[in-house]
Ligand binder design. Structure first.
Ligand code: SIN
Length: 326
């Protein structure tokens, strides 16, 4: 029987991390090469043909435009390769949501693209890496995974990149989805989707650019002053995302300073520093021309605003309609 061919792009993270001891705290992410990883998986009896490629071996705190551009090129080529059924990207969990969301918005959704990570190093007691990786193989090899955008597999659950965020600093069950929870349940021997694909056959939503405009995040805190807005806009920021209180709120002086920034042509998106919930439009958004981030947290709202600006979408009304798109 012909084996499913899956390309594995390795970037590092805890899934490739080692501690050298079950009791040490200072484990090092990005230590195990993809070839070792692929040969380990062969031992557990998975039948897919895995073709590994080492893109980097870093902690994902160092992930950024250079590597994103290389991943984007490789994923685009893999999409066009008739032999390739799906793509797995091994990734640190810290910034996996940003990479997943960026690729989700800039790749066609015709083949499964799955990010996978781990919370425990490969040699830690109860390591989750191999199980997550085995689960990712099952998802990437499933034709029904196509048309669901980029996916993220952790702790037996499948999340859509549009919804997924890291929500715990230590637990293996580290990711949550909002507004949708997991879109599927996976184990090395089973895969169940909780609904139909929603982006079937869809082309890339936006063109990918390696060099995207600078967009800052302004984190709201009690007692902040309008100087904070000036600082956030320094260094030629072309857009700003507010990680606001509650429903995307900020002190009066901050909102006035942000409204002046919009008047000067810098789009402002109101997101929330709260973990969960929508930030919807409010009457002040109409007068100040702010954009409501809806379900996107500040990190993913920043990526979307960068993408929109890079694609020439600068009008707040247009920006709002893109943020409101599912
Ligand atoms: C990282 O993001 O590279 C370190 C943390 C992790 O992978 O869980």
């Amino acid at each position: 029987m012909k084996q499913t061919h899956i390309k594995v792009f390795a970037t590092g993270g805890t899934i490739a991390g080692v501690a050298g001891s079950a009791t040490r705290k200072d484990y090092r992410p990005g230590q195990i090469g993809i070839d070792d990883f692929v040969s380990e998986i062969a031992k557990i009896g998975l039948t897919a043909r895995l073709e590994g490629q080492q893109f980097a071996n870093i902690g994902s705190e160092d992930m950024g435009p250079e590597l994103w551009a290389r991943l984007h090129v490789a994923a685009t080529e893999a999409m066009a390769d008739d032999e390739c059924a799906g793509i797995i990207i091994t990734h640190g969990t810290d910034t996996a949501e940003e990479t997943a969301f960026l690729l989700d918005q800039t790749l066609a959704t015709t083949k499964p693209v799955v990010l996978v990570g781990a919370m425990r190093a490969a040699d830690a007691v109860g390591s989750d890496g191999m199980r997550n990786f085995a689960n990712a193989i099952r998802v990437a090899g499933d034709a029904d995974a196509a048309g669901r955008g980029v996916l993220l597999v952790m702790s037996d659950r499948v999340f859509a990149a549009r919804d997924a965020r890291k929500a715990h600093t230590e637990n293996v069950d580290a990711f949550k989805g909002y507004p949708r929870g997991p879109v599927g349940h996976v184990t090395p021997t089973s895969l169940e989707w909780f609904g139909p694909a929603w982006r079937e056959g869809e082309a890339a939503r936006y063109a990918f650019f390696k060099d995207m405009p600078k967009v800052s995040i302004l984190y709201a805190y009690a007692g902040m002053s309008p100087d904070n807005v000036a600082q956030a806009l320094g260094g030629e920021a072309k857009g700003l995302v507010l990680a606001g209180f509650g429903h995307g709120n900020a002190p009066r002086g901050i909102r006035d300073a942000l409204a002046r920034a919009v008047e000067q042509g810098v789009p402002v998106v109101r997101a929330s520093r709260v973990d969960e919930g929508l930030v919807d439009r409010e009457p002040e958004d109409d007068t100040a021309n702010f954009v409501a981030a809806r379900a996107l947290n500040p990190a993913r709202a920043r990526i979307l605003l960068q993408l929109l600006l890079a694609n020439g979408i600068t009008d707040p009304v247009r920006i709002q309609s893109e943020f409101s798109r599912r």
